[in-house]
Design a protein around this ligand. Structure first.
Ligand SMILES: *Cc1c(COP(=O)(O)O)cnc(C)c1O
Length: 402
């Protein structure tokens, strides 16, 4: 009994429909919601079927490290939303990042990366890859000349985040993709902050996009997950052999949670963006706030570019308080509603102090070069009433005497 495909005509499905129905394969029982196939393996009617599936002569599942029906529904939906030929799910966002590098680099290769990086990605680039003979050059994310200058004959990969963490810098994706392709290199984008609904990397010739599905895609703080989107050729040549045989597979249960989360992704992200814009505008008017970084505001240094690449300013707002770490901590402690957490993309608003948490590992000089001062805080705006958020921020600024 093979699941039937209820997703019908894929090309006719608009994005909102794809979020709800993309990749849906119903079993013969006709369940409404996607089924959870919480099974590690599959059985065969006879040994010939098993042999044919192993040789690739017959379609069908064999073992959940390789393929699983619930995970496959999530992957198909992600590819439809991203507009790519394929998507492959992983157990976490970092498993996706690691796979996108380790599946394809070899000794002697050179990687160019934007320096504003999620902490664990920095460890992969600075500590893990060099042990396998892969060189790295870091550049200022928004400096196109620096990307050009960093290219070497051995350069095979570019990597960046836009918007970047935590200062929300915006890089001209098409321009950097052109530089990479002129150098014969591929480009990987971490699109976590923008989400697939605000920014479509394929429109800017990005070869490989990675997501931490832990963030907005689940969006409700429940489980870890990751995803890699690319063309079929990258899957066949590099990614598939790596994933099948190193095993960073997503649990079918988590895939199901993510399938449920993604149904409301656009609605949640749009509402959170509206809240974030409201909070950013409020912060900009507070005398105790020295700087507000929000791509949706006209005073953001790359506002025009942000609005060209993204359909809204995003769900994160970073801002700077005077008085260094002490006053920043006093502000965080005074918040009653907003939680202190390094996670992001949740329905609940979460705030973190990057210099002492996510970016603690950097030297003070590297932090200063990236604009991560002791007074900087990063707020992931959730779905609460925007006025409750500004009330909470306002009273905490007063308590911290900012
Ligand atoms: C969270 C995050 C990751 C890593 O994802 P996990 O699911 O935590 O492994 C990578 N990049 C960015 C920008 C993130 O926010």
């Amino acid at each position: 009994m093979s699941p039937s495909n209820e997703s019908n005509n894929k090309t006719a499905m608009r994005p909102r429909t794809a979020l709800v129905r993309g990749g849906l394969h119903r079993s013969p029982l006709g369940e409404t919601s996607e089924a959870i196939f919480l099974t590690s393996g599959f059985v065969y009617d006879d040994p010939e079927v098993a042999a044919a599936r192993f040789s690739g002569d017959a379609d069908g599942y064999t073992y959940s490290r390789l393929r699983n029906p619930t995970v496959a529904m999530f992957e198909e939906r992600m590819a439809l939303i991203g507009g790519t030929e394929i998507a492959r799910a992983t157990a976490s966002g970092m498993a996706a990042v690691a796979a996108s590098f380790l599946s394809q680099v070899k000794v002697g290769d050179h990687v160019v990366a934007g320096e504003a990086l999620f902490g664990s990605i920095r460890v992969i680039l600075e500590d893990v890859l060099p042990r396998f003979g892969v060189d790295l050059t870091m550049v200022n994310n928004t400096d196109l000349e620096a990307w050009k200058q960093a290219v070497q004959p051995e350069t095979t990969l570019f990597f960046l985040e836009s918007p970047s963490n935590p200062t929300l810098g915006i890089t001209d994706l098409q321009a950097v993709a052109d530089i990479a392709h002129n150098a014969g290199a591929k480009i990987i984008l971490d699109n976590v902050f923008a989400t697939p609904v605000l920014q479509r990397p394929v429109e800017f010739d990005i070869d490989i996009t990675i997501y931490s599905a832990t963030k907005h895609i689940d969006g409700q703080g429940r489980c870890l997950g990751g995803c890699i989107l690319s063309d079929q050729k990258f899957l066949d040549d590099f990614l598939d052999p790596y994933l099948r045989h190193t095993g960073p597979a997503l649990s079918p249960f988590n895939a199901w949670v993510l399938l449920k989360g993604i149904e409301t992704l656009e609605l949640r992200v749009e509402a959170a963006c509206q809240n974030a814009q409201h909070v950013a505008d409020f912060l900009a008017e507070q005398p105790g706030v020295t700087k507000v970084l929000y791509p949706g505001r006209q005073d953001h240094p790359q506002h025009t570019l942000a609005m060209r690449q993204m359909s809204a300013g995003g769900t994160l707002v970073s801002f700077e308080l005077p008085g260094g770490r002490e006053r920043a901590f006093a502000f965080l402690k005074a918040l009653n509603l907003i939680d202190i957490s390094n996670n992001l993309g949740d329905t609940k608003s979460l705030i973190t102090h990057p210099a002492s948490t996510t970016h603690q590992r950097l030297s003070p000089e590297d932090r200063a070069a990236q604009g991560i001062g002791e007074g900087l805080v990063r707020l992931s705006v959730g779905l609460e009433d925007a006025d409750d958020l500004t009330d909470d921020i306002g009273q905490a600024l007063a308590v911290a005497a900012l």
